[in-house]
Design a protein around this ligand. Structure first.
Ligand SMILES: NC(=O)N[C@@H](O)C(=O)O
Ligand code: NI
Length: 159
């Protein structure tokens, strides 16, 4: 199967998670007028037994077309990917169909956008498209594995 990644927007990503971006006016002007705060823009969820963690990922950029043959989800918490460079990256998600992923959907972010997968969202692993592939990842730290992985029929993704 081949799919084309669509531009990432808050609307088209809403079934899967949140898009973090400084679009429009800030919610608050702070720091004596020197900073706009886009306040509380993601639904973070770490479950009753977990806690929030920030990790840094340095991932190898992928070439396009990109073949995705694995999806995963985190049943116990959300996961946010925040690029530490002004580069686009590839986001692959899929609706759930009886505990397995349905056909995937792909998005490509604009520079300056970040995402937060809601708890349990089927997704491809972090997929940078440019060096340095450096991201801050905010997700659940806890005692459970919090990871379900599923091999899928390979999907070729273009942009
Ligand atoms: N496993 C891990 O830390 N990362 C994955 O969850 C991922 O989505 O990249
Ligand atoms: Ni993940």
């Amino acid at each position: 199967m081949q799919i084309k990644a669509q531009p990432l927007t808050a609307e088209n990503f809403a079934p899967y998670g949140d898009v973090l971006e400084t679009a429009g006016d800030p919610d608050k002007i702070i720091n004596r007028g020197m900073c706009g705060r886009f306040h509380d823009r993601a639904k973070l969820d770490f479950g009753p037994d977990g806690r929030a963690g920030i990790s840094l990922f340095r991932a190898i950029p992928r070439d396009i077309p990109y073949v995705c043959d694995l999806l995963e989800r985190h049943p116990d918490g959300s996961q946010a990917f925040v690029p530490m460079s002004m580069d686009s990256f590839l986001i692959i998600v899929a609706p759930d169909a009886g505990g397995k992923p349905a056909d995937p959907v792909a998005f490509v972010s604009a520079a300056g956008q970040a995402i937060n997968f809601h708890r349990g969202t089927w997704h491809g692993v972090l997929t940078p498209l440019h060096e340095p592939g450096l991201f801050a990842v905010i997700d659940r730290i806890g005692d459970t594995p919090n990871l379900e992985e599923v091999d899928i029929t390979p999907v070729t993704i273009t942009i």
